[in-house]
Design a protein. Structure first.
Length: 324
């Protein structure tokens, strides 16, 4: 049996897990990141957390084939270097080599959105029930921002300078909401959970009798990503308008992506994805109306992500398999 270590490095927490050759997560361990420390100290904590996960799995480090790291920022996969990660204060940090020096096994590094996409591709939404192996997938995570990962020919694609695949920073509304990236009208400003909350509040202010006010106890600051969907499910007109605006924007962007890439699967994850069919149904309708592949025999399928917060750990553990 082969075993792999996956390390998900976040600004707050470091999570390490052990994944077997059936792509099952069998043990985990975690520690605080304490961002702002020297990179070498963070690398040491990552290695210690990985060793704790190995121990939790009842294994020895000598039984581990390789390790992988998912980290925020722009990552040079070939040099195993974090070129830039603002929340970790990393600039040209050879993170892969630092952790490898601690663990003494091969260590691979990728962007965290890419490792989450790869985890879903290998062990989650990318698995086909009939055993058919897909080769191409787009994964979109609807969280505080909009993360994304592109899999082409069974490998992570991140562009010429390792900064591609940023689906959340494609513009869907020219001159629209200001985005942290410097542009206006990015998908992230409309279709992240944060963007959904902003749209919900806009509609609530225009509709003081909306059920959405009751659902948040009359306090607009308590609006969350469920408020509009819950109101829409109960027949509230303003709630329905929010959901339609949100799903139309997301649907438009997904159609753009399918018309560009036409992967076998588009996988939707993150907090908003918990709406399940209430989210997917209108997007499928949008796809049926506007995707060029509606004229083709083989069409892109849209699915909800399956691995939750474990996707990044599982994907990180398996990224070394791309070298085979």
């Amino acid at each position: 049996m082969k075993y792999y270590i996956g390390i998900d490095l976040g600004g707050t927490n470091i999570v390490a897990g052990i994944v077997n050759e059936q792509f099952e997560l069998i043990a985990k361990a975690s520690e605080k990141t304490n961002a702002g420390r020297p990179a070498q100290e963070i690398a040491k904590t990552m290695a210690d957390t990985a060793k704790a996960a190995v121990h939790a799995a009842g294994l020895e480090l000598s039984q581990i084939t390789s390790a992988g790291i998912g980290t925020p920022g722009i990552v040079d996969n070939e040099k195993r270097e974090v070129i830039f990660a603002s929340n970790l204060y990393f600039h040209n940090v050879p993170l892969g080599q630092m952790v490898e020096d601690e663990l003494h096994i091969p260590v691979f590094v990728a962007n965290d959105a890419d490792t989450a996409a790869y985890g879903e591709f290998m062990a989650g939404a990318g698995k086909m029930e009939d055993g058919h192996h897909i080769s191409n997938m787009l994964a979109i995570t609807l969280g505080t921002g909009v993360g994304s990962g592109i899999i082409i020919n069974s490998k992570i694609y991140n562009g010429y300078g390792f900064a591609g695949g940023e689906f959340g920073h494609t513009v869907i509304h020219l001159g629209g909401r200001q985005c942290a990236c410097g542009r206006k009208g990015c998908l992230e400003t409309y279709c992240s959970a944060t963007g959904l909350i902003t749209t919900t509040k806009e509609h609530m202010r225009r509709n003081p009798d909306s059920l959405m006010w009751k659902l948040c106890g009359g306090d607009i600051d308590k609006v969350d990503g469920r408020t509009s969907f819950d109101a829409a499910a109960q027949g509230d007109a303003a709630g329905k308008a929010v959901v339609e605006e949100y799903t139309s924007a997301l649907g438009e962007s997904i159609v753009n992506a399918i018309n560009t890439l036409q992967p076998e699967i588009v996988c939707i994850g993150g907090g908003v994805s918990k709406q399940g069919e209430n989210l997917l149904r209108p997007i499928r309708t949008y796809m049926d109306s506007y995707c060029f592949d509606r004229f083709a025999k083989n069409r892109t399928e849209i699915r909800i992500a399956q691995l939750g917060n474990d996707a990044g750990v599982i994907g990180a553990a398996l990224i070394g398999l791309q070298q085979d």
